[in-house]
Design a protein around this ligand. Structure first.
Ligand code: NDP
Length: 292
C-alpha cells in the first residue's frame, strides 16, 4: 500500500482564506482591524524566518501586525515591561512571544505575564485549564492544526486508538487533551479518541505505537518512526521539524512508512503550514472577544 499524502499546505490555505473573509467582515462591522504583536528577542535566524512568515500571513489575511525587536541581552524585567504595555494597549489583540528566548530570560515568567485574553499561542495556565475542561478560549496552534487537518481530510478520531509520541506542553499534552474531549474543534467525530501518550521513558514504545489507528509524532528526532512501528493502514501525522544537511525532515521515516500507512503528512508541507493558519484564527477570535 502507498499512503495517501495529506496536503497540509492546501488545507492551511483554505483556512487562511476563511479567516481572511471573516476579517473583512469584522473590519466592516467595527471599523477597526485585528492586530497581532510579535515580540522577537535576539537574532536567532530560524525565529526571524518564523516571525517574518507570520507577519506576511497576517498581511494576506487583512490582520495588522506589529513587530517588537529586542536585543539578545534583554533582561526578563525589560521584556515584562513590554509585555505589560502590550497587554494594556487596546489596539493590540494578540501577543506572540517568539520562542526560544535567550537563556538569561525567565521564559515561564514572561509567558505567564501575557494577558490570557491576548494569549493567541494558548500557553497561559488559564487557557490550558479552559481547554482541558472542554471550553477553550483559544486552542494551541499546532495541535489545533493537526485536528483541523484530520477533520478536513475526512479522518475521524472518534472511537479510534490514537497514540501520541511526545508530551511537550506545546504539542503532545494539548493534543492528548483535545483528542480526549467529548467534542472537538470540528465536532464529536473530531474528538472521543482512546489516547495513549508515550515519551522518552516509555519502555515498549514501538509495541504501543503499532496499536495506533492514528499515530501522531512530535519529538524532534529525524526519521525516528520506522515502518516496523506502524500498523498497516494507520494514519501517520508527523509534527517534527528537523534541519539536516539534506533539508527539513520530520520525525518519521517518510519513504519507509509511506509504504505501510494509509495516509501520511509530508515534511515540509504537512502540519507546519497549519500552525500559522491557526494563529490567524486565534488573533481573529481575540479581536472578536474584545469587540463583541
Ligand atoms: P520538545 O523537545 O519540547 O518535546 C519533545 C518530546 O518528545 C518530549 O516529550 C520527549 O520526551 C519526547 N522524546 C524525545 N526523544 C524521544 C525518544 N527518543 N523517544 C520517545 N520520546 C522522545 O519538542 P516539541 O514538542 O516542542 O516539538 C517536537 C517536534 O515538533 C520538534 O521537531 C519541533 O520542531 C516540532 N514542532 C513543529 C511545529 C509545527 O509547526 N509543525 C510546532 C512545534 C513543534 P520527555 O518528555 O520524556 O523528554
Amino acid at each position: 500500500m502507498t499512503a495517501r499524502v495529506l496536503d497540509g499546505k492546501a488545507i492551511a490555505l483554505q483556512i487562511r482564506h476563511e479567516v481572511q473573509a471573516e476579517v473583512a467582515k469584522v473590519i466592516e462591522r467595527t471599523g477597526k482591524s485585528p492586530c497581532l504583536a510579535a515580540v522577537l528577542v535576539g537574532e536567532d535566524p530560524a525565529s526571524q524566518v518564523y516571525v517574518r512568515n507570520k507577519e506576511l500571513a497576517c498581511q494576506k489575511a487583512g490582520i495588522s501586525s506589529q513587530l517588537f525587536r529586542l536585543a539578545a541581552e534583554t533582561t526578563t524585567e525589560e521584556l515584562l515591561v513590554l509585555v505589560n504595555r502590550l497587554n494594556e494597549d487596546p489596539s493590540i489583540h494578540g501577543i506572540l512571544v517568539q520562542l526560544p528566548l535567550p537563556k538569561q530570560i525567565d521564559e515561564r515568567k514572561v509567558l505567564d505575564a501575557v494577558s490570557p485574553a491576548k494569549d493567541v499561542d494558548a500557553f497561559a495556565p488559564e487557557n490550558v485549564g479552559l481547554m482541558s475542561q472542554g471550553r477553550p478560549r483559544f486552542l494551541p496552534c499546532t495541535p489545533h492544526g493537526v485536528m483541523q487537518l484530520l477533520h478536513r481530510e475526512g479522518i475521524a478520531t472518534e472511537g479510534k486508538e490514537v497514540v501520541v509520541i511526545g508530551r511537550s506542553d506545546i504539542v503532545g499534552k494539548p493534543l492528548v487533551s483535545m483528542l480526549l474531549q467529548k467534542s472537538g474543534p470540528c465536532g464529536e467525530s473530531n474528538a472521543n479518541a482512546t489516547v495513549t501518550c508515550v515519551h522518552s521513558r516509555t519502555p515498549n514504545l514501538p509495541e504501543i505505537a503499532r496499536r495506533a489507528d492514528i499515530l501522531i509524532v512530535a519529538i524532534g528526532k529525524a526519521h525516528f518512526v520506522t515502518a516496523d512501528m506502524v500498523k498497516p493502514g494507520a494514519v501517520v501525522i508527523d509534527v517534527g521539524i528537523n534541519r539536516l544537511g539534506e533539508g527539513i525532515v520530520g520525525d518519521v521515516d517518510y519513504a519507509g512508512v509511506r509504504e505501510i500507512a494509509s495516509a501520511i503528512t509530508p515534511v515540509p508541507g504537512g502540519v507546519g503550514p497549519l500552525t500559522i493558519a491557526m494563529l490567524l484564527r486565534n488573533t481573529l477570535e481575540a479581536f472578536r472577544a474584545a469587540n463583541p
